[in-house]
Ligand binder design. Structure first.
Ligand SMILES: [Zn+2]
Length: 298
């Protein structure tokens, strides 16, 4: 199931409590329907839950009965009877003869509570959202530029700040930062989906932090191993040519311990001395040894 479907299924479960909000949600769906004119209203969706929701909205808000029909892969609700379309137009304050329908009549959204409901209806018909495994993205598409602009200004009033673009003739409002996507979902009635996105983000950040730490430790380990290998090679070359006697007395314990514990870090190796010596002290002795070896080489 796509994440958009998950979100829409959650939105379809929001109870229809206030008549003003039910009408607002129906209005959002109608404005973003395939066809919304005085001759015909046609809403189509691939999501069965959305089809049932729209059917319930139309029935409750306008007393209009529209049965979803299967058309190809989609469910479609179509109204062509003048009397039914008339009921909807009257309730939305539209002139029955008016052809200009893809225009947001803010009077329909009379109360503050209605704006989230309206945006829910819009998203159900025309929205998609990327899942937690992808980059944050939520968008709403319309064929009508003025409607796109009006919806944008409505969102701005709700302190949502969508961006606007045109893609293949479609007018798109979108969010691509995680907090805005989460805010939109929470506002319109999908807090669970918003939470899912948030949790995924936290988990991803945590994983990145751990990876960075592991990488850092690995790098240090590699560096230490390289240094030990250089020290051992230096010791070996001196020993091969001149034997242990080439090392001054005070370096011989270091030589023996380095050869005995080739994988020790400096800190580990320093504790093997009797009595243990400091890390800088050991570092100094190893430096002397490698210097001695390079002198012997030349
Ligand atoms: Zn309301």
């Amino acid at each position: 199931m796509s994440f958009s479907t998950t979100v829409k299924t959650e939105l379809c479960r929001v109870p229809m409590l206030r008549p003003c909000c039910t009408r607002a949600e129906a209005y959002g769906a109608l404005l973003y329907a395939s066809v919304f004119s005085h001759r015909e209203i046609r809403l189509s969706t691939e999501n069965a839950a959305v089809a049932r929701r729209v059917q319930a909205l139309l029935s409750r808000a306008f007393g209009v009965d529209a049965q979803p029909q299967q058309v190809g892969r989609k469910k479609q609700l179509a109204l062509t009877e003048e009397s039914q379309i008339g009921l909807i137009f009257d309730a939305l304050g539209y002139d029955r003869k008016n052809h200009v329908t893809y225009h947001l009549n803010r009077n329909v959204l009379e109360n503050d509570c209605c704006i989230p409901a309206f945006l829910r209806g819009v998203f159900l018909m025309a929205g998609t959202v990327a899942g937690p495994e992808k980059k944050s993205h939520l968008e709403i598409t319309s064929a009508h530029p003025s409607l796109c602009g009006e919806t944008m200004s409505l969102m701005l009033d709700e302190r949502l700040s969508p961006k606007q673009t045109v893609r293949r003739g479609a007018h798109v409002l979108y969010f691509k930062d995680a907090p805005s996507v989460e805010d939109f979902l929470t506002l319109t009635g999908a807090p669970r989906a918003a939470m899912e996105l948030m949790e995924a983000k936290v988990e991803k950040n945590l994983r990145n932090t751990i990876n960075r730490q592991v990488n850092c430790e690995t790098a240090n380990l590699v560096k230490a191993t390289d240094a030990a290998a250089r020290q051992i090679a230096a010791i070996q070359s001196v020993l091969d040519k001149h034997g242990e006697g080439a090392f001054p007395e005070n370096l011989r314990e270091t030589v023996r311990l380095r050869l005995s514990y080739p994988t020790d870090s400096l800190a580990e190796l320093a504790t093997r001395f009797v009595p243990p010596i400091s890390k800088p002290g050991l570092s100094h002795r190893l430096k002397k040894i490698t210097e001695l070896a390079s002198r012997e080489d030349t």
